[in-house]
Design a protein around this ligand. Sequence first.
Ligand code: GTP
Length: 362
Amino acid sequence: MAKRSSSSIPVTLLTGFLGSGKTTLLNQLVRQPEMSRTLVVINEFGEIGLDHQLFSATDETQVMAMDSGCVCCTIRGDLAQTLRNATWRFAREGKRQFDRVIIETTGLADPAPIMHTLMTDERIATRYRLDGIVSIVDASHGQSTLNHHTEAVKQSAVADLLLITKSDLASPEEVSGLQARLSSINPGARQQRIINGEINARNLMGLGLLDADGLRSNPQRWLATHTATPPAFGAMQFSTAFNQQTSSFPGFAQGHTGSDRNRHDDHIRAHCFTLSTPIQRERFEAWLELMLSLMGDNMLRLKGILNIAGHNRPSVIHGVQHVFHPPMELDAWPDDDHRSRLVFITRDIPRESLESVMVAIT
Ligand SMILES: Nc1nc2c(ncn2[C@@H]2O[C@H](COP(=O)(O)OP(=O)(O)OP(=O)(O)O)[C@@H](O)[C@H]2O)c(=O)[nH]1
């Protein structure tokens, strides 16, 4: 089991639909001293217009299948090359000039190939780590974008931080309606409203398992909202967020509202499990491998902190589709709560499919 590496370079992925305000945000960010050692990687077809020394362009169209030939697994060949070369290209007298990377994608981009690139290329995975996914949603067009573009729903579903832009152009009701919808798509992501890209750069850092300085792990915050909802229930708790419909396992129905069945986000759910009995590692690995291969690209994201039987320290896992980082062992449990917590963000996977096998791993 790998130990976490706090020396690897954190990478923030900045997504958001066309015209949502990504460039406006980046222009604000690069003026802040916290960003002076951040390499900004932008798609070369985009408008560049960025006054920043550490800047590189990539070509998002160069998406290629991974060696496995799996249809849902693609990587970004150009990005892999950019990240591999960056450590010497942006170096002076043998010293790397950046300690952090932000990758901005075009509005239509699927975040999965970028996450696959960071996780599967050995030379990249050992040097860089995904710090977090930030998705921008335009308050004035957010609802209609989510209605019409499945990419936008996916970008929101996998985010760690959702930035709501242009709230000055929308009514308070429109903004709160959008925020409620985003909470149902991705209940674990923090939401923040910003106007004209104004935000402290530190708010975009440390969104993953490690804090902004890369020193301390913070699994509670990483998994926080997902696992906070259900009450304790013996060895296992379960909750599913589905367009404001939440239920817990078993007998913890918490009310729901109706929804328009044609919306893309009707297919996306966050499933959360809490297990108080230690997990049997071999059973868990076998189960995970089988389940992930069956789910393919319908597994949007997986995060978890695990209490593995026979281990005093917790392990964390995270993945996208069926590609995931091998479990990393943390130095210690962050508090007295030693239960395993797993969060799956899925598309079109009935909760029963996950629920029925969860008991088998303890
Ligand atoms: N009123 C208002 N306008 C904003 C805000 N944020 C961005 N804009 C404007 O929205 C337009 C699009 O912003 P960009 O930053 O170019 O958006 P983008 O996501 O980079 O766009 P693409 O690269 O085309 O996908 C620009 O005219 C911005 O000035 C905001 O909070 N309020």
